[in-house]
Design a protein around this ligand. Structure first.
Ligand SMILES: Cc1cc2nc3c(=O)[nH]c(=O)nc-3n(C[C@H](O)[C@H](O)[C@H](O)COP(=O)(O)O)c2cc1C
Length: 444
């Protein structure tokens, strides 16, 4: 029986743009305690994983709850000891990191958590990040993805620095590891030169899970080659089916099993005990959107300063080169197609960062999750509670049991690692003697 996968996309202030202003929201969304309790609630709901997004910049308008964020690996290492089963997925960009550092951090998290780590590979969507890394402007899209391919190859190579049985402690002989089971990477490519080996044994999952989250053609190709989980923004079923079919075909074209690349669109649920209650909650949140915050969020998403535009007028012309993200292009298309005003664009699309919003009872929400799951639109979902903590608690207490009753979702964890939860195989040691120089150094 195929089971739906669920991830919790962390946002301690809630994923709805204005949720942090609601009286029931955490008084201080940015607190370690709020992350601990969210991770524990998701684990109670038997979620496959929690997921932390990351950017190296912030919107300086002072009107957003997600302005501040912990460094993801630091955060997840701490959460590893506050949880015991749930997968821990962090974002790390290939544009402003070195492969050796990334390989080491995720291998460490995999060891620390007993095999629960995952890496969300992004190429960085915010142009502001470049300013923190000595650059005057963002690297262009194609160049970012070229680096990303090589970056991921290097990271995977480093994770295979050691055979699984390389640690062979022999106190009498004074041998700690078997140098014959160590592999130098000796990578020399267009962007990176990395000798290796990694200063950590192979981690419990062999490789932490590789996740990818960009939907452009380049993004899909990166996903097809490497990703085991794919996060995506899909607002209607037909689009989701087209994306799903395209990515699975690309995965197969790389000689991989399409069943080993799980597609998980984001969903922002607003659950009520009745439809009326759910609608009421949604309206309350919409009423809390400060027009300036709505406009700022839209400006940021579209890469265009919209200060001073008439928010009840049509969306002005946006220069297409500003639309570096697939999600931004989709928003402009929808706005034009449906004749939306600026206010309607941010109210309908930007409040959930472009992700699908579903409002209703647990049965309504389970219906739509089931529909996409069974119709070739999704293997699972990245759940984005509109409000925290109640939006998550409602999902776990109302929607999860409904999915279980329908036989669509696990009733207990059946393993301990993220690979176990996702049903993904542990990669065999890729180190082949022909492609790797066997280490000749002898430990003394
Ligand atoms: C669910 C989801 C999460 C994402 N998280 C991040 C993130 O944490 N940091 C980031 O820089 N980009 C993030 N992105 C953006 C993409 O990784 C990518 O950089 C962006 O969409 C541009 O690539 P594309 O043109 O291939 O879509 C995320 C995208 C999605 C769909």
């Amino acid at each position: 029986m195929r089971e739906m996968k669920l991830g919790l996309f962390f946002a301690p202030g809630g994923h709805h743009l204005a949720a942090w202003r609601h009286p029931d929201a955490y008084p201080n969304g940015f607190s370690f305690q709020s992350y601990i309790s969210a991770a524990q609630t998701a684990e109670r709901g038997l979620f496959d994983m929690v997921f932390v997004a990351d950017v190296f910049s912030l919107t300086p308008d002072g009107m957003r709850a997600d302005s501040f964020r912990f460094e993801p690996i630091t955060l997840l290492s701490a959460l590893a000891v506050a949880t015991s089963k749930i997968g821990l997925v962090a974002t790390a960009t290939t544009s402003f990191n070195e492969p050796y550092n990334v390989a080491r951090k995720f291998a460490s998290l995999d060891h620390i958590s007993g095999g629960r780590a995952g890496w969300n590979i992004v190429t960085s969507s915010s142009p502001l990040e470049a300013f923190n890394f000595g650059l005057e402007e963002h690297l262009n899209h194609a160049e970012r993805y070229r680096r990303a391919h090589e970056f991921v190859e290097v990271v995977r190579g480093l994770w295979d620095s050691w055979d699984d049985d390389a640690i062979a402690i022999d106190k009498t002989e004074g041998i700690f590891f078997d140098p014959a089971k160590m592999h130098m990477l000796n990578h020399k490519g267009a962007h990176y030169r990395v000798r290796g080996p990694l200063s950590l044994p192979r981690s419990p999952q062999g490789h932490p899970i590789l996740v990818q989250a960009g939907s452009s053609e380049d993004g899909r190709n990166l996903a097809a080659e490497f990703a085991e989980v794919i996060f995506t923004i899909q607002r209607d079923l037909a689009e989701a089916q087209a994306f799903y079919a395209d990515v699975k075909a690309k995965v197969a074209a790389f000689g991989r099993d399409p069943g080993h690349a799980l597609i998980m669109p984001g969903v922002l649920p607003i659950v009520g005990r009745t439809r009326h209650e759910a609608r009421d909650r949604y309206e309350q949140l919409q009423a809390l959107i400060h027009p300036q915050a709505g406009l700022a969020a839209l400006s940021r998403t579209l890469g265009t300063d919209l200060t001073g535009v008439d928010i009840d007028g049509p969306l002005p012309e946006i220069r297409s080169e500003k639309l570096s993200e697939t999600r931004a292009m989709g928003m402009v298309e929808t706005a034009r197609r449906d004749g939306l005003t600026v206010r309607q664009v941010y109210e309908r699309l930007v409040v959930s960062k472009g992700h699908r919003q579903v409002v209703g009872t647990a049965a309504d929400i389970a219906d739509t999750l089931q529909e996409w799951f069974e119709a070739g639109g999704a293997d699972g979902y990245n759940i984005m509670p509109a409000m925290m903590p109640n939006g998550l608690t409602d999902f776990v207490e109302l929607v999860v049991p409904e999915l279980q009753r329908r036989g669509l979702y696990r009733r207990a964890y059946r393993g301990n690692t993220l690979r176990d939860h996702l049903g993904l195989p542990r990669p065999a040691d890729l180190a082949a003697p022909v492609s790797r120089e066997q280490a000749t150094v002898r430990a003394r």
